[in-house]
Design a protein around this ligand. Structure first.
Ligand SMILES: Nc1nc2c(c(=O)[nH]1)N[C@H]1C(S)=C(S)[C@@H](COP(=O)(O)OP(=O)(O)OC[C@H]3O[C@@H](n4cnc5c(N)ncnc54)[C@H](O)[C@@H]3O)O[C@H]1N2
Ligand code: MOO
Ligand SMILES: [Mg+2]
Length: 392
């Protein structure tokens, strides 16, 4: 069995980049720039006041000053600076040439059109032209665009950006026991949850899910499902990945020409994960246990979607202190569902006492996946461990 890290590298190796498209920045949050954005303007475009107060000359600060004009945001003052004068100014206004400081209004006493400075302690309070960014500056974050990024693109006067297209991800869940949510299950049946959970994960990752009808546990039904996925950028199957007589995903994929990258990894949950390429289309076969499917979705499907959009994703781990003691690990890397609490220096992490890979309610309650390496020795409460956060 290969390691989680080797499996991630192989999965990322399946990615080929999707095409790009032009979209308005109002729709671009969560998308990945396909080419650097180039600022059309300099920001601030002029020396701007950072305070409401008076524009003055530093040389004049010891004497009473005569207020000779007013500058507000969007309403510049076009007069001339002169010794012994000040200009009433507001935050965001252009500082008239000749003045080199803005004194905030709390630091002056005003009497008619005269002001006297009572406190010289604050700085110049001027934002220099170009302090933030310059025309032609390039912006190319190697991640999905955030709300701040959208603000920056707007400030750069870039209304439309080239982004990677949303990958189209076909999702094929299979199982004779499965019925759609909203259906009354008959004896022996259960409601299918994995397909919708993985569709939500896919959408969250910046791709468009195509949820195919649930396949039956027959080769014929699975083949029809695989055929319906053709044209997608990625196929994710769920279930039927193990070794039982009715676990047929691997066989059908092989018959259809899957170039398999791997099957089975040293991971818990998620051992029967498979990945490969069907003609040009990457395929990931997730195990059917609902928690296994989610954990493998987070660890492999999400990064693959990021890679298809041109990113180089990694599993971003954080540190916490164990709230409880733990036994030695087996030979698979273990991702334990856990909650986080405030701690003194680091957060405290508390794994659930049940780690059954069928218990979706615990997966939904978990704040984090506590990561333990294969053959990790016993751990004591207070030991520092790694975790993968589950929520932003
Ligand atoms: N002899 C062995 N048996 C199993 C092994 C093994 O190594 N040797 N591995 C176990 C592990 S680990 C996992 S994980 C599962 C993987 O099973 P499959 O991928 O074959 O999945 P299924 O058998 O189809 O289903 C497993 C379980 O999950 C439920 N399920 C499936 N699909 C859905 C869905 N869309 N929504 C909700 N629940 C779903 C299904 O009803 C089963 O209960 O294999 C172990 N066995
Ligand atoms: O890997 Mo299975 O995913 O342990 O339940
Ligand atoms: Mg099975």
């Amino acid at each position: 069995m290969i390691s989680v890290q080797q499996a991630l590298e192989q999965v990322l190796g399946l990615a080929h980049p999707v095409a790009s498209e032009l979209i308005p920045i109002a729709e671009a949050v969560g998308r990945v720039l396909a080419e650097p954005a180039v600022s059309r303007i300099t920001q601030p475009p002029f020396d701007a006041s950072a305070m409401d107060g008076y524009a003055v000359r530093t040389a004049d600060m010891d004497q009473p000053l005569t207020v000779i004009g007013e500058a507000a945001a969007g309403r510049p003052w076009n007069g001339q600076a002169a010794p012994g004068t000040a200009v009433r100014i507001f935050t965001g206004a252009a500082v008239p040439p000749g003045y080199d400081r803005v004194v905030m209004q709390e630091h002056v006493v005003r009497d008619g059109n005269r002001v006297r400075i009572t406190d010289r302690s604050s700085g110049a309070n001027i934002r220099k032209a170009g302090d933030d960014f310059q025309q032609s500056d390039r912006f190319a974050p190697a991640r999905r665009l955030t709300a701040s990024d959208i603000g920056l693109l707007a400030a750069m006067n870039i209304p439309v950006v080239a982004v990677a297209k949303r990958p189209r991800v076909a999702i094929l869940a299979g199982g004779d026991e499965l019925v759609a949510p909203g259906t009354q299950p008959l004896p022996g049946q259960i409601v299918s949850s994995n397909d919708l959970a993985i569709a939500a994960l896919v959408r969250d990752a910046g791709a468009d899910p195509l949820v195919l009808p649930i396949a039956r546990d027959t080769e014929e039904s699975l083949r029809a499902g695989f055929a319906a996925a053709s044209g997608a950028d990625l196929l994710v199957t769920i279930g039927g990945a193990s070794v039982g007589d009715h676990d047929l995903v691997g066989k059908v994929a092989a018959d259809l020409g899957l170039q398999r990258a791997f099957y089975k990894i040293a991971m818990r949950p998620g051992k029967p994960l498979m990945a490969g390429r069907l003609a040009d289309m990457p395929m990931i076969g997730l195990p059917g246990n609902p928690v296994s499917a989610m954990v493998c979705g987070l660890l492999f499907v999400e990064p693959l979607i990021a890679a298809m959009q041109g990113l180089r994703p990694v599993h971003k781990l954080a540190k916490a202190r164990l709230a409880v003691e733990m036994q030695a690990e087996g030979d698979r890397q273990h991702y334990l569902r856990a909650t986080l609490e405030d701690g003194e220096d680091l957060p405290l992490i508390r794994p659930f006492s049940s780690q059954d890979s069928a218990r979706l309610s615990l997966m939904a309650q978990a704040d984090a996946l506590l990561v333990r390496l294969p053959n990790d020795p016993p751990r004591r409460a207070g030991d520092i461990v790694s975790f993968l956060p589950l929520r932003g």
